[in-house]
Ligand binder design. Structure first.
Ligand SMILES: CC(=O)[C@@H](O)[C@H](O)COP(=O)(O)O
Ligand SMILES: NCC(=O)COP(=O)(O)O
Length: 238
């Protein structure tokens, strides 16, 4: 059964918009767990545009499901945060500081030595590692070389092409998943997954352990409510 990790970045975006504590990020994360989230994901970016480093420490103290922290380990501050908070999983994402959102995976061949160093550091601390990659079999072979526990398939291209031709959209991800299964690398996925495209993805991707979903889920919750929306997303997963 694929696990749903709810990314709460956009709850923090709304909270920060007025400088107070409404919506209460910690309470919404706890309620997400109560409503069926099997994990909570955060992506504390260097400019703290949404998730603040202080949020990560507070969440660590109260969460009871899997805690997944995403970020780029080129930032020493990120490495220190992860080592101090000891999440279940760290997902390494090659974002530049000024990116509006994540828009590419690692070049696991070009950055092999750096990734090996970072993955060793987090694994030695007992933290499961995942690295954000495009659905490219060569890149996934490179991921195997890094020793990472898991990869996270960057699913924006699937989401973008889904409405036009879902069979074509999912093809590269099926091939990538089969390669990950063959190499015995754990398989996660995320970015722009939604109520429209999640079920088809989940039904066709072999060995999918976890999806992390935030932007579309929070947007849907504006219509359907936090509890209903989380239950609806859980219902789309096989
Ligand atoms: C890695 C990934 O695809 C997303 O979790 C990303 O972290 C979303 O970041 P924003 O919420 O800042 O768009
Ligand atoms: N790793 C993907 C994630 O956590 C959320 O991505 P999105 O659903 O906000 O696009």
């Amino acid at each position: 059964m694929t696990q749903l990790s709810v990314n709460v970045n956009k709850i923090a975006t709304l909270r920060n918009a007025r400088g107070g504590n409404t919506p209460n990020l910690i309470q919404m994360a706890l309620d997400a767990e109560k409503y069926g989230a099997q994990g909570i994901t955060v992506h504390p970016r260097p400019d703290e545009r949404h998730i603040r480093y202080s949020d990560v420490y507070e969440l660590k103290e109260v969460l009871t499901t899997e805690f997944n922290i995403e970020g780029n380990p080129k930032e020493e501050k990120f490495i220190a945060l992860v080592l101090k908070t000891q999440p279940h999983q760290v997902t390494l994402v090659p974002d530049a500081t000024n990116q509006i959102t994540s828009n590419h995976g690692w070049n696991t061949i070009e950055h092999k030595d750096f990734l090996i160093k970072m993955i060793d550091k987090f694994k030695e601390a007992g933290i499961r590692t995942s690295i954000f990659v495009d659905p490219d079999p060569k890149i996934i072979e490179g991921a195997k070389e890094t020793g990472t526990d898991r990869i996270e398939l960057y699913t924006e291209s699937y989401a973008q092409n889904f409405a036009t031709n879902k069979a074509m959209a999912i093809e590269p991800f099926v091939a990538a998943a089969k390669k990950a299964n063959e190499l015995e690398i754990g398989l996660n996925a995320g970015h722009d997954l939604s109520l429209e495209n999640l079920r088809y993805f989940s039904q066709n991707i072999p060995g999918l352990l976890e999806v992390s979903i935030g932007h579309a889920l929070v947007a849907d919750a504006l219509y359907f409510g936090w509890e209903n929306t989380i239950r609806m997303y859980r219902n789309e997963l096989t």
